[in-house]
Design a binder for this molecule. Structure first.
Ligand code: SF4
Length: 352
């Protein structure tokens, strides 16, 4: 059985031509039409594909499948962002977040169940790694929100998992989301956030796509970064920087550095000075993020915000130019940066 929603229109057509016994009945536009049903109308019941012959629809029902994913639980934040616990066909749960803000509506998708990279401030890391998501499981997270009448302008791969550790499926998902027969979302409105896996970035350079790249830096000093982001050991920042430069040269896309500011750990003048060396020669944005802690009270939240404001000043004084603060949304529903983690089935039943 083949996963129909993970295929491009060309791949759908090739599959039909290869596997359907009445090849003469296959019209060249069937690939496009089936793709449209799935990715533009979000119709996962192939028996409803009314412009496809009945016999071919039966073939699709017998020989292909579409992802079975559903919202297992939903949490709505005071700031209107919304988190879904999405149950996959094998019972695993990933979390995905809808963030409407001004004229933007962003979906933050997960690309893996759990993660193997063990960043110290991240709740997903605590789950360990379970498996990677298929392209269809990734794009279907976006469709869950669209089906409910929400609009979507941006997609960010900042949910559970390391996108470059699931490279092929993530790139396929990006191409599906970008396809004008489906959602047609501009590549420039899609962001991949990574700890900086060297082979993945090398491949991305050759992909020729103007996708936004966000590097989870969190500390510019290698031996200190490794404590926060253990991937620094095998994917060191000194090898990453020339690749980021090359990525910028090829795509002309600004590179974003993400930086969770942790009081007493990575918020000193030494860090801000070192950051100036990291960004040299790049068109960059340094995105400072307050530390999010599960169950954090308002006092801690305000304290962490103050720490970020102070570090921003330090960065500006050190000569850094494009420094922004990303005030996480959905903190009260654990939908913010570093807080995503699939609840187990018993928890999720209680929270529906
Ligand atoms: S921050 Fe990203 S890469 Fe690091 S453990 Fe969490 S999900 Fe994995």
């Amino acid at each position: 059985m083949i996963d129909l929603a993970s295929l491009s229109p060309e791949e759908i057509l090739a599959f039909l031509l290869e596997n359907y016994d009445k090849k003469e009945a296959i019209r060249p536009f069937f690939g496009d039409e089936i793709f449209r049903w799935i990715h533009s109308r979000w119709e996962y019941d192939t028996s409803r594909y009314s412009n496809i012959p009945k016999r071919l629809r039966d073939f699709l029902s017998n020989e292909t499948f579409l992802p079975k994913i559903s919202a297992k639980y939903r949490l709505i934040s005071r700031d209107r962002s919304e988190k879904l616990g999405v149950e996959l066909k094998d019972g695993e749960i990933v979390e995905t977040v809808y963030i409407p803000f001004r004229n933007r509506a962003t979906v933050c998708v997960s690309s893996q169940v759990g993660c193997r990279f063990g960043c110290s401030f991240c709740q997903t890391a605590k789950m360990g790694f379970r498996r990677s998501l298929s392209p269809s499981e990734i794009v279907s997270q976006v469709y869950l929100f669209l089906k409910e009448g929400n609009r979507v302008t941006h997609v960010v791969f900042m949910g559970m998992g390391e996108p470059l550790d699931n490279y092929e499926n993530v790139i396929k998902a990006v191409k599906i989301l970008n396809n004008p027969l489906g959602l047609g979302i501009s590549i420039r409105r899609i962001t991949l956030s990574t700890v900086g896996l060297l082979p993945g970035i090398k491949r991305l350079i050759n992909e020729g796509m103007q996708i936004n790249l966000a590097l989870s830096l969190h500390d510019p000093i290698p031996e200190e970064r490794q404590r926060l982001v253990p991937a620094e050991g095998r994917h060191p920042i000194k090898k990453l920087l020339p690749l980021l430069m090359e990525y910028y040269r090829r795509t002309s896309r600004q590179v974003t550095f993400e930086y969770v500011v942790i009081e007493g750990i990575n918020d000193t003048p030494r860090h801000s000075r070192q950051l100036t060396r990291i960004v040299e020669g790049l068109d960059y944005k340094l995105n400072l993020i307050p530390l999010n802690i599960p169950g954090m009270d308002r006092k801690t939240w305000h304290r962490n915000k103050a720490v970020v404001l102070q570090f921003k000043e330090m960065c500006l004084n050190a000569g850094l130019k494009n420094v922004t603060i990303r005030l996480s949304r959905g903190v009260d529903i654990s939908g913010a940066c570093g807080l995503l983690a699939g609840r187990n089935r018993r928890d999720s039943n209680q929270r529906r």
